[in-house]
Design a protein around this ligand. Structure first.
Ligand SMILES: Nc1ncnc2c1ncn2[C@@H]1O[C@H](COP(=O)(O)OP(=O)(O)O)[C@@H](O)[C@H]1O
Ligand SMILES: [Mg+2]
Length: 239
């Protein structure tokens, strides 16, 4: 499938921000973008200041939340558990079909995973399996900070072990703190370059204003100056 699968080193590492930014950038370039998220959990605990994943993705892809995902669940739990509790267990074949249907609405598909690559969608089917079935390269969203190198390399390793191509690592929000800047990862130029992805490493600037998602209107937080909230990731409480 033509597009990118955005995964992360964990929940709350910026997958939605990165996926939405890619959607907004491609849309601004005149491309027909389709956004897809297999499952959104945590609807019972919305963030008052930050849209749910499917809403933000829809706003940036000029789509609707319902077109981005057909599967939403209230509790902020791993998708397999939230679906079980709702009496609507997930079916891998149906998730793949959902993605193909979403992709048909555009020329390029931007898919956001749920949590990290090894999060179960069912007890025998991981987010990584879905990325493999969709045949898409992955972009890894990571937070810069202590533990990031380890989390990122583990994710790269998990992706490559399944034959996935790592298209890049996106780190954000980039710290303003000069000490943290000195600790900036070297992205493939260290002695560990054999294990670093031979893929571009990008830092992302903070989304700067939280606009209400309005289908049909491009996201405005790709430019501006207001500081984003430090809220955790929504929509994929994968534990
Ligand atoms: N590049 C960034 N700049 C500023 N804040 C960010 C950035 N990436 C993530 N965040 C913050 O982290 C939170 C979690 O990001 P999100 O994209 O929802 O993570 P995920 O989808 O991986 O769960 C967001 O609500 C936002 O406040
Ligand atoms: Mg998300």
């Amino acid at each position: 499938m033509h597009g990118l699968f955005i995964t992360g080193t964990a929940t709350g590492t910026g997958k939605t921000v990165v996926a939405a930014a890619i959607c907004a950038a491609l849309t601004a370039r005149g491309e027909r973008v389709a956004a897809y998220k297999p499952v959104v959990t945590g609807l019972d605990e919305p963030d008052a200041t930050w849209p749910m994943d499917h809403e933000l993705l829809a706003a940036c892809a000029q789509s609707t939340a319902g077109a981005v995902t057909a599967r939403t669940f209230g509790p902020p739990l791993s998708p397999h558990r939230a679906a079980e509790l709702a009496g609507r267990p997930l079916d891998p074949a149906v998730l793949v079909a959902d993605a193909r249907r979403a992709a048909a609405a555009g020329d390029v598909l931007v898919a956001e995973g749920v949590g990290g690559l090894l999060v179960p969608l069912t007890l025998g089917y991981l987010v990584r399996d879905l990325a493999v079935d969709l045949g898409m390269p992955v972009v890894i969203a990571a937070r810069p900070g202590l533990g990031t190198i380890n989390h990122t390399l583990l994710t790269v390793q998990a992706a490559r072990a399944a034959g996935l191509r790592v298209a890049g690592v996106a780190m954000g929000p980039w710290p303003g703190d000069p000490v943290a800047r000195r600790a900036r990862p070297t992205c493939g130029r260290s002695r560990h370059s054999a294990t670093w992805p031979s893929a571009p490493c990008r830092s992302s600037r903070a989304p700067t204003s939280r606009t209400s998602p309005r289908p049909g209107r491009p996201c405005r937080w790709t430019s501006g100056s207001r500081r984003a909230s430090s809220g955790r990731g929504r929509g994929d409480r994968a534990g």
